[in-house]
Design a protein around this ligand. Structure first.
Ligand SMILES: Cc1cc2nc3c(=O)[nH]c(=O)nc-3n(C[C@H](O)[C@H](O)[C@H](O)COP(=O)(O)O)c2cc1C
Length: 188
C-alpha cells in the first residue's frame, strides 16, 4: 500500500510525487511505463517511458516529433498520464498541459542523455506510422543519427488524482493546481 487512511492530504501528495520521482530513476519501477492519453477529434492512448521529473514536478517524456501524438498535442495540448502500481495497488492519474521541444536547447540537452543504439528510436528514415509493405522496410536509420526528429515532451501537471485500493475501504484524493494543490478526499 502507498497511501494509509491516517495520512493527511499533504502527506498523500508528497508520497505520490515521491513514488513518481523514483520511477524516473528506477528502470524496474511499475510507474516507469505510463499510459499517455491525448485527444483532438479522437482519443488516443499509448505507453511511454517516464524519463525524468524536473523542477515543479514537470514530467519529461521523449518521442519522435513526426509521431501521431505530437500532431495531437499541437492541436490540443491537454493530456493525461495513467500510472498503476500492481504491488502497492495504487492508481495515479495526472492531468496536465504538454509542450514539446524539437531542435531547440531543451531537445539538445536531453539528446545528450540518449546514447548509442538508443538513438535509433528517433532516427528512422521513414516517419513513425508510415504504412509499409514489410516490417524490414522500417529498419533503416539516418546515417548521421542526429537529433533532427527527437522531441522532448514536457508534461506540466494541473491535477493529480490518486486511488488506493484496500479491500472494501478504498482511498481516493484529488489535488488541483488551481486549489494550490491543497487536495480533497473524494468517494472512491
Ligand atoms: C512499454 C512501452 C514504452 C514505450 N515508450 C515510448 C516512448 O518513451 N516514447 C514514444 O514515443 N513511444 C513509446 N512507445 C511506443 C508508443 O506506445 C507508440 O506505439 C508510438 O509512440 C506511436 O504512438 P503515436 O502514433 O500515438 O504517436 C512505447 C511503447 C511501449 C509498449
Amino acid at each position: 500500500m502507498l497511501i494509509e487512511k491516517d495520512y493527511d492530504l499533504h502527506q498523500v501528495l508528497s508520497v505520490v510525487q515521491h513514488e513518481i520521482h523514483r520511477a524516473a530513476m528506477d528502470r524496474k519501477h511499475p510507474f516507469r511505463y505510463v499510459a499517455l492519453g491525448t485527444s483532438n477529434d479522437t482519443i488516443a492512448m499509448r505507453y511511454v517511458v517516464l524519463r525524468k521529473v524536473e523542477k515543479d514536478f514537470k514530467l519529461v517524456l521523449y518521442t519522435d516529433h513526426r509521431s501521431g501524438k505530437v500532431d495531437q498535442i499541437r492541436s490540443n495540448p491537454k493530456g493525461q498520464l495513467l500510472f498503476y502500481h500492481p504491488q502497492k495497488k495504487v492508481q495515479v492519474i495526472v492531468s496536465g498541459i504538454i509542450t514539446f521541444h524539437n531542435t531547440d536547447g531543451v531537445a539538445e540537452k536531453h539528446w545528450q542523455y540518449v546514447q548509442g543504439e538508443a538513438r535509433k528510436a528517433y532516427c528512422s528514415v521513414q516517419a513513425p506510422g508510415t504504412p509499409i509493405d514489410r516490417p524490414e522496410e522500417a529498419y533503416e536509420w539516418d546515417s548521421q543519427m542526429n537529433s533532427e526528429h527527437f522531441a522532448v515532451l514536457h508534461f506540466e501537471p494541473t491535477s493529480i488524482e490518486v486511488l488506493q485500493l484496500r479491500g472494501l475501504e478504498h482511498l481516493r484524493a484529488i489535488f488541483e493546481k488551481t486549489d494550490k494543490w491543497k487536495g480533497t478526499w473524494v468517494v472512491p
